[in-house]
Design a protein around this ligand. Structure first.
Ligand SMILES: *[C@@H]1O[C@H](CO)[C@@H](O)[C@H](O)[C@H]1NC(C)=O
Ligand SMILES: *[C@@H]1O[C@H](CO)[C@@H](O)[C@H](O)[C@H]1NC(C)=O
Ligand SMILES: *[C@@H]1O[C@H](CO)[C@@H](O)[C@H](O)[C@H]1NC(C)=O
Length: 391
C-alpha cells in the first residue's frame, strides 16, 4: 500500500513536471528526458509481454494509454480503430508482394491482444544508441558539394512550387547494403515542410538497431524534437501486429524483387498525418497535427530515393542494390509508382520532379519518368557502390 502511494506521488509529481510551460532550452532537455523516461513509464502500462522470432521484446500497451505521458499529446482524443477522416482518391492498382505475416514474425503468432499495440522494450544501451543515431541522422549536409563526407543522397523530388501536397507514396524495392560502424544506408519517401519532415522506408542502421538487418523505419523531425520510429512523442502506432523497426526479411535479387508499399497521407480535415502500409493501405500509425507546426498544414516537397551516411575517412557504404546503375529494375534499387497526393486528395503520378545526387558517380539516380508500364508508372532507379572518402 505504502509503495503504491509513493508510486502515485512520484507519478503525480512527474505529470505536474511535464505539464509546465517551458522555454526552448527546457523543451530540448525535456525531450531527452522524455526519451529516457518513456520506456520505463510505458512499461508500467504493459498488460502483456511478447517476443519476436528475432529475439526482440515488446510490451503490449493499451492503444489509448501509450501517449498518456506525452506533454504535447495530453489533450488529444480520438476514436479507435484509427482511420483518416478523408481518404486518398483515385484508382490504384493495389498489387505488390505481400510482406507481413504475423505468424512468421511473433512467437505467439499474432502480436498483441485487441486494443493494444506492441512497443519495443528498450534497454539503457538501446536508448544511448538511439540518441547517437538521431544525432548522426540530424547532422547537417551541404547538397551538391563534394568536399564533405557525411550524408549523401540520390533522390528525385518535387520542384519548388506553391502546391500543398497531401502526401506521397511509392513501392520501394528492398535490399540489404553492407554497412559498418556508425554508417547507415536507407531508401525512403520523405515529406517536408520547412524544418519539419517525416521519412519512411527501409534502413540498415546498426547504431540504431544493433544489427545489420534491413528494417522498416520512420524518422520524424518536428521543430522541437526528432526521433526514429516510436522513440519520441510524435508517431502513434495503432496496429496490434505491425511494429515500426521490424526486420524485412525478403531481400531482392536479380531473379526476384521484393518491395514495400508505403504512403504518407495528410488528412486535411484534421491535419493528422497517416502512415499507410502495404497494398491494402492499412494504417499502421499516425502523427497528430499538434506535434507539428509547419507540417501540420501539409507538405511542400515530396522526395523518393536513397540516403547514406558515413563518418569522415571511412569509405562511404553502398546504396540500394550495391551496384553501379544498370537502368534495369532487376539490378538497381527502384521506387516505382512514385505518386503525390494532390490538393483534392487524389493520388496522382508525381510530375514536375528533379533529380538530386550529391556525389556522382558514387551514387546516382535515374528518373525514367512516367513509363508506359502499368506496373511501374513513374519509375526511378537509384543506388551505387559508394567508397567515397571525401577527397
Ligand atoms: C490542453 O488544454 C488546455 C485547456 O484547454 C490548454 O490550456 C493547454 O494549452 C492544452 N495543452 C496542449 C499541449 O495543447
Ligand atoms: C548488441 O549486439 C551485440 C552483438 O550481437 C550483443 O552482444 C549485445 O548484447 C547487443 N546489445 C543490445 C543492447 O542488444
Ligand atoms: C487532383 O487530381 C485529380 C485527378 O487527376 C484532378 O481531377 C484534380 O483536379 C486535381 N486537383 C488539383 C487541386 O490539382
Amino acid at each position: 500500500m505504502a509503495k503504491m502511494v509513493v508510486l502515485l506521488v512520484l507519478f503525480t509529481f512527474f505529470l505536474s513536471f511535464i505539464n509546465k510551460e517551458v522555454g526552448c532550452k527546457r523543451i530540448y532537455r525535456e525531450d531527452h528526458m522524455e526519451l529516457k523516461r518513456q520506456p520505463k513509464l510505458l512499461h508500467k502500462f504493459a498488460k502483456k509481454t511478447i517476443r519476436t522470432k528475432y529475439g526482440d521484446t515488446y510490451d503490449c500497451i493499451r492503444i489509448n494509454e501509450q501517449h498518456f505521458n506525452y506533454r504535447s499529446l495530453k489533450n488529444l482524443t480520438y476514436d479507435f480503430p484509427v482511420r483518416s477522416t478523408s481518404n486518398p482518391k483515385g484508382i490504384r492498382d493495389q498489387k505488390s508482394s505481400s510482406l507481413f505475416n504475423p505468424s512468421n514474425f511473433w512467437l505467439n503468432g499474432k502480436g498483441c491482444p485487441d486494443g493494444m499495440v506492441p512497443i519495443k522494450r528498450y534497454t539503457e544501451d538501446d536508448l544511448k544508441r538511439a540518441k547517437l543515431a538521431t544525432e548522426i541522422h540530424n547532422s547537417k549536409y551541404k547538397p551538391l558539394t563534394v568536399d564533405r563526407p557525411g550524408t549523401h543522397y540520390a533522390i528525385v523530388r518535387t520542384k519548388n512550387t506553391n502546391i500543398v501536397y497531401h502526401g506521397g507514396s511509392a513501392i520501394i524495392s528492398i535490399y540489404n547494403p553492407k554497412v559498418e560502424g556508425t554508417q547507415y544506408s536507407s531508401a525512403r519517401i520523405k515529406v517536408i515542410n520547412g524544418p519539419e519532415s517525416i521519412e519512411v522506408g527501409w534502413t540498415v542502421n546498426p547504431t540504431l538497431y544493433n544489427d545489420t538487418q534491413t528494417r522498416l523505419y520512420t524518422f520524424t523531425k518536428t521543430s522541437s524534437s526528432s526521433c526514429f520510429d516510436t522513440l519520441c512523442n510524435s508517431l502513434i502506432p495503432v496496429r496490434t501486429d505491425i511494429p515500426l523497426g521490424m526486420p524485412l526479411e525478403s531481400i531482392s535479387t536479380p531473379e526476384q524483387q521484393f518491395d514495400l508499399q508505403l504512403m504518407l497521407f495528410w488528412d486535411s480535415s484534421n491535419g493528422n498525418w497517416f502512415l499507410k502500409f502495404g497494398q491494402d493501405e492499412t494504417v499502421i500509425g499516425f502523427w497528430p497535427k499538434n506535434v507539428f507546426t509547419a507540417l501540420g498544414d501539409g507538405a511542400n516537397y515530396v522526395e523518393w530515393g536513397g540516403e547514406v551516411f558515413s563518418p569522415p575517412d571511412v569509405p562511404s557504404p553502398p546504396m540500394g542494390s550495391d551496384r553501379n546503375l544498370q537502368q534495369d529494375i532487376k539490378y538497381d534499387a527502384y521506387c516505382k509508382k512514385i505518386k503525390t497526393i494532390n490538393e483534392t486528395d487524389y493520388v496522382v503520378n508525381a510530375v514536375d520532379t528533379e533529380k538530386l545526387s550529391d556525389i556522382k558517380p558514387y551514387y546516382d539516380v535515374f528518373d525514367e519518368g512516367i513509363t508506359g508500364s502499368a506496373d511501374f508508372q513513374h519509375l526511378i532507379l537509384f543506388g551505387g557502390v559508394g567508397g567515397y572518402t571525401g577527397d
